[in-house]
Design a protein around this ligand. Structure first.
Ligand SMILES: C[S@@+](CC[C@H](N)C(=O)[O-])C[C@H]1O[C@@H](n2cnc3c(N)ncnc32)[C@H](O)[C@@H]1O
Length: 410
């Protein structure tokens, strides 16, 4: 890349494969086009957001052979976008879907997965989740919005060519990141029609386009399974699924015979969990739901000296920006300390954090402090990230957001 257009530190960052250029990375901002679009800079095409501090996000992997030097260096027109990127996007969407289905051994019947995970899948600003024949796309940036009509058609064709069916594509414009892009945030007025799919062998009610994520936490698929396996191996009898949403962890355990209490503050989520309970003919006494604030609920359990074999702690992200790290750390520490005080000897805490701001190093120090507060000795039995469909790209640490630590008490 020509020197002088971007700063030296930005050059270093790009050389490591990072896909972002912010306003402060660009020395000569006069080169930037007036409108959102795609922009050729150096060897790569970028998606350009004029209103955002994050100006350029690289489209495609860093050493892509598919790029060629065009006559124009900026492109804000849908037809041009189609002729430059249409073929590449179609192949990329198809390949990504085929690879992910294979990686997770998914067939048509349990086709629930994250298809496109923004920068991690080289299409920044676009999140696409598949719920059977419903495809939910979250449009998060100005250039994706600009080219959406084309992208939507390419997605539909790619899905059809891989799965052999016409999908219904639902658009979501509800993410708070749209504000930074100068885009309107549109919150759906009604909850979506639920649909029944298969999830790790269970029958599952999903809400494509629902109020949390795009409707489901597909990123926890492997952790749901692994937690159940360990519970069986270690012959656990009782579990608390805290921040349970639609019962992802708890119902896997209840199906395996563990007596579970599932806690969440969302009534709608717990209703769906109970629906999932009956869909799977799990005995009702194996799965009890309680609507509560997890902090208050756990404090009562500590006060009443309640004990359990297994606790899953999967709260929402307490930290959306770096400025919130200290407050968030205090929250995670308190929750984990409370949970550890309630475990039987030899019990397991599966504790999750979903924010890239809380690095593994920082989270481990939170857990060390929590164990000291709880006066408990713990060992890290296992450590996992998200399911493979959410795998972070190595060059993009911001995409490495989900950590699950499996702590066993002695
Ligand atoms: C990351 S999601 C949990 C996903 C779920 N464990 C799964 O595997 O599908 C976080 C959940 O925490 C719930 N939640 C948020 N704040 C809470 C609070 N203070 N007390 C209880 N639940 C809370 C949300 O309603 C949401 O369902």
């Amino acid at each position: 890349m020509k020197k002088g257009i971007i700063t030296k530190s930005a050059f270093k960052k790009l050389s490591s494969g990072h896909p972002w250029l912010s306003a402060s990375d660009i020395v000569d901002r006069k080169i930037l086009p007036p409108r959102a679009g795609a922009f050729l800079l150096g060897q790569h095409w970028w998606l350009y957001s004029p209103e955002s501090f994050l100006k350029l996000r690289r489209l495609g992997p860093s050493l892509a052979g598919w790029m060629y030097t065009p006559r124009f260096n900026t492109l804000s027109n849908a037809d041009q976008f189609q002729s430059y990127f249409g073929n590449w996007l179609l192949c990329h969407f198809k390949e990504t879907l085929q690879k992910k289905m294979k990686l997770q051994n998914l067939d048509e019947e349990d086709l629930c997965l994250r298809w496109i995970f923004s920068e991690n899948d080289f299409v920044p600003g676009l999140i696409v989740d598949i719920f059977g024949d419903k495809v939910v796309a979250q449009i998060n940036t100005a250039p994706i919005e600009l080219f959406w009509v084309n992208i939507q058609k390419i997605l539909a064709r790619a899905y059809h060519e891989v799965v052999g069916k016409e999908p219904t594509i639902k658009e979501l414009r509800n993410s708070s990141v749209r504000k930074k892009e100068g885009l309107e945030i549109i919150v759906p007025e009604t909850e979506p029609e639920p649909m029944i799919l298969r999830w790790n062998g269970l029958i599952w009610q999903m809400s494509p386009g629902g109020s949390q994520k795009t409707g489901s936490y597909f990123d926890q698929r492997e952790n749901h399974n692994r937690t159940k396996q360990i519970a069986l191996e270690r012959k656990y009898k009782t579990a608390w699924d805290l921040c349970a949403y639609q019962g992802g962890f708890g119902l896997h355990l209840a199906k395996a015979g563990v007596k579970v209490t599932a806690v969440d503050q969302s009534e709608t989520a717990l209703e769906a969990a109970n629906k999932n309970l009956s869909l799977n003919s799990i005995p009702e006494e194996n799965f009890v739901t309680q609507k509560a604030d997890v902090f208050t609920w756990l404090r009562h359990k500590v006060e009443s000296k309640s004990k359990v074999d297994l606790i899953i702690l999967d709260p929402p992200s307490f930290v959306k920006s770096r400025t919130e790290i200290n407050a968030a750390t205090r929250g995670y520490k308190e929750l984990n300390a409370l949970a550890l005080q309630c475990l039987n000897p030899g019990g397991l805490l599966v504790t999750c954090v979903c924010s890239h701001h809380l690095t593994p190093k920082l989270f481990e120090s939170v857990l060390k402090d929590a164990a000291a507060i709880a006066k408990t000795k713990v060992k890290v039995l296992e450590r996992h990230g998200p399911s493979p469909d959410h795998a972070p790209a190595p060059h993009f640490t911001e995409g490495n957001y989900l950590q699950a630590y499996y702590l066993v008490t002695s």
